[in-house]
Design a protein around this ligand. Structure first.
Ligand code: ADP
Ligand code: MG
Length: 700
């Protein structure tokens, strides 16, 4: 491998276009391409030929198994491996794989969350090949990206609604393009480049922490004397061990055809980021899932553990995922890129306005699309974008919108008022102030960056909501423009009206400011849903159900089931955390505090035996402090246990999630505070866990 150049091995584990072209007859290839590019239905003879070609290709690369690879609502990917072997009468085996096996699979769906769909519909689910995302080989297994549905057709996964949302946007965006006289574009696809943050710690440290092993984050831990305050880690020199990991990771990702591009250290010690070059949303989604998996695998080869949790350590930054999003035609026109002619500019502004309107109208959907127990620790803390969704446009673009809204010259020294579709917009270079990292939704020149996603989230949910909401804006615009007598005039009025109606969502200031929270909620009336229980029930608000069902993204039962599953996930996760905390307190932390108090007490006795007038003030004062803290830890652990037991009284999942937010999480915080204080006084060799300092500064 080392001797091969990157272009030689890039994508070698992917059955990509090169393989399809060289291994399929031109007729089969053309037919498959039509399916991939235009969503045409695939006929079964084509599937049969593709399956044979895929099998041969996979066998040549040492694969023995195949799997339908899918994304159930557990948040991780799922796979069930079948080997290619099939017995021959003479006792030998042959390797078989049919078109039918390629197209459809039947994993036992009963153990995946379906949130009531199982009861209402059928227990079984099936997986269906998504030919738009290439098959690949992982661990000697041919992985076929698939959608996962119930037999009634209800989506049980994240890919199905994502594909539906892309189709909804495609349909409406094409209507707009046609109105602008574009007859050549065959489709509009959304593209995404997800920047992935993560932590790396040594496996040795990880193994000693039950909290990390069970929940992915530290539930206890006194602050390290040094954290991120020096800003010396961000973009800092990459340590050799991390470098070795990154080199290996890139190689694995490149083999899988993933365009890993940028890597650097992030703000917190032990925190890093990987950004790929963007691709079509459903491919980017599959590849991001795969990236997270490969990161963990490669880390383990290096004796490291990759933490993808949103908040593995208190007191330093958590990890997010920036969803760089745009829309482009198959002919390569980025619809969020300002053009050079008046017409192109008017078109750009219309698409821009569609996004602004979408974000304002469906703030709640965007917020809940990124809501998880883990991400609740990030949003609202002074590091990640706030839980309030707003749009950053930068000074230049804001000034242009302002001029349009108020019919005034764009620049004070220019007399002329701009008429859309008539005048050329002034060139507005990528705004230099776009480094406003506090904005949850920022325009960065030719794309929007949605920054509220959690590092472990699938990007599917955020993109489903974004695509659907933008499709709705475009639909409203297209409905009006198609009927308009005067296209230019109507266009101009619509853009002005959007700016007027939705400027409350535009905010270029500092999102971390307390004054922003006040202004956003009290003056502008924006939503501020701080936690998952606050926002998730809004999935079923009438306007949201209307949007998502009308655009064919979800059915009502699918939405009901998803709301339930998301809340269930939240409750289960926090319960596990609470149980882990209780366990750690009772079985490790309290015994450690006692043991150290004994050591100190014995030392006092021994010293006094030598000289009874010795003060022993260190020992005696620490023993008394520890004794008080031990009582506190014990009492708080008991209170926590009561809260856990009390959860079973909740009448439904919404009530349970609220109890968790209002009762369980605060109790967990109190228990932690007492234990963390004790940690600062106990001999580090007696304390049962590696410290924050050990973990954050261990990888060299
Ligand atoms: P920055 O670092 O300033 O945020 P980059 O140009 O490095 O911006 O891009 C960050 C991410 O955005 C990368 O993953 C990149 O591929 C992606 N990106 C760039 N252009 C687009 C686009 N038109 N659509 C979607 N993602 C894009
Ligand atoms: Mg970034």
């Amino acid at each position: 491998m080392a001797t091969q150049s990157v272009p030689e091995y890039f994508g070698e584990l992917v059955f990509d276009d090169r393989d399809m072209r060289s291994r399929l007859s031109s007729k089969v290839y053309a037919s498959l391409r039509k399916t991939i590019d235009e969503g045409k239905k695939l006929d079964s003879s084509v599937a049969e030929s593709v399956a044979q070609a895929m099998k041969e290709w996979a066998l040549e690369r040492g694969a023995t198994h195949y799997t339908h690879w899918f994304q159930p609502l557990t948040g991780v990917t799922a796979e069930k491996h079948d080997s290619f072997i099939s017995p021959s009468p003479d006792g030998s085996v042959i390797m078989e794989f049919s078109g039918k096996e390629l197209i459809q699979g039947e994993p036992d769906a009963s153990s995946f969350p379906t949130g009531g769909i199982r009861a209402t519909f059928e227990a079984r689910g099936y997986t269906a090949w998504d030919p738009t995302s290439y098959a690949f080989i992982k661990d000697k297994t041919l992985c076929i990206p698939t959608a996962f549905c119930s037999y009634g057709g209800e989506a049980l996964d994240k890919k199905t609604p994502l594909l539906r949302s892309m189709e909804a946007l495609n349909k409406q965006a094409l209507r707009i393009l046609r109105l602008f006289g574009n007859t050549s574009a065959k489709n509009v696809r959304t593209s995404v480049g997800p920047e992935q943050e993560y932590f790396l710690i040594t496996k040795e440290m990880y193994d000693q922490r039950p909290d990390l092993r069970y929940t992915g984050r530290t539930l206890y831990g006194a602050r390290s004397p040094k954290g991120q305050e020096m800003d010396d880690h961000y973009f800092g020199v990459i340590k050799p061990r991390v470098q070795a990991f990154m080199i290996d990771l890139n190689e694995e990702l490149w083999k899988l055809g993933i365009l890993a591009k940028t890597e650097h250290n992030e703000v917190s010690p032990a925190q890093h980021e990987l950004a790929p070059i963007y691709s079509t949303t459903n491919i980017a989604t599959d590849q991001n899932q795969l990236t997270m998996e490969i990161m963990q695998k490669v880390a383990s080869k290096h004796g490291l553990v990759c933490l993808l949790h949103e908040k593995p350590f208190a007191g330093v930054n958590g990890s997010g995922k920036h969803n760089n999003w745009s829309m482009a035609t198959d002919t390569g026109m980025n619809l969020l890129s300002p053009g050079e002619t008046p017409y192109e500019n008017a078109q750009f502004l219309l698409f821009l306005c569609a996004v602004i309107k979408a974000v304002d109208d469906y703030q709640d959907l965007l917020r809940l699309s990124v809501a998880t127990a883990g991400n609740d620790h990030r949003l609202g803390a002074n590091e990640a974008p706030p839980a309030i969704i707003s749009v950053f446009l930068g000074d230049e673009l804001s000034a242009i919108l302002d001029a349009i809204e108020n019919d005034k010259p764009y620049k004070a020294d220019e007399q002329k008022i701009m008429k859309l579709g008539v005048d050329v917009l002034p060139a507005f270079p990528r705004d230099t102030t776009d480094r406003n990292r506090t904005s949850p939704f920022a325009f960065t020149g030719n794309k929007f960056e949605f920054r509220s996603l959690g590092s472990s989230n699938s990007i599917a949910c955020a993109n489903i909501m974004l695509n659907a909401a933008v499709a709705e804006s475009l639909k409203i615009y297209a409905d009006r423009l198609e009927k308009a007598d005067d296209f230019k005039q109507t266009l101009h009025e619509m853009i002005r009206k959007t700016i007027k109606d939705h400027k409350r969502i535009l905010f270029n200031g500092n999102g971390y400011d307390d004054s922003w929270v006040k202004e956003a909620t009290e003056v502008r009336g924006l939503c501020n849903y701080r936690t998952t229980p606050d926002c998730m029930p809004h999935l079923l608000d009438e306007k949201n159900v209307k949007l998502l069902t009308e655009h064919g993204v979800f059915t009502k039962p699918e939405l009901e089931s998803r709301c339930e599953i998301m809340l269930e996930n939240y409750c289960k996760l926090v319960r596990i955390e609470a149980n882990t905390m209780y366990d750690m307190a009772m079985r490790d932390i309290l015994p450690a505090i006692s043991a150290y108090s004994d050591i100190l007490s014995e030392s006092v006795e021994a010293k006094k035996a030598v000289n009874s007038s010795l003060a022993c003030s260190y020992e005696t004062s620490v023993v008394s402090k520890l004794s008080a803290l031990a009582d506190q830890v014990y009492e708080r652990a008991q209170t926590l246990e009561k809260s856990i037991l009390g959860l079973s009284d909740a009448k439904d999942i919404i009530a349970e999630s609220c109890k968790i937010r209002d009762d369980l999480l605060p109790r967990m915080g109190e228990l932690r505070a007492a234990a963390d204080e004790a940690e600062t006084m106990v001999d580090s060799s007696v304390w049962p866990y590696p410290s924050y300092g050990d973990m954050l500064f261990s990888v060299r």
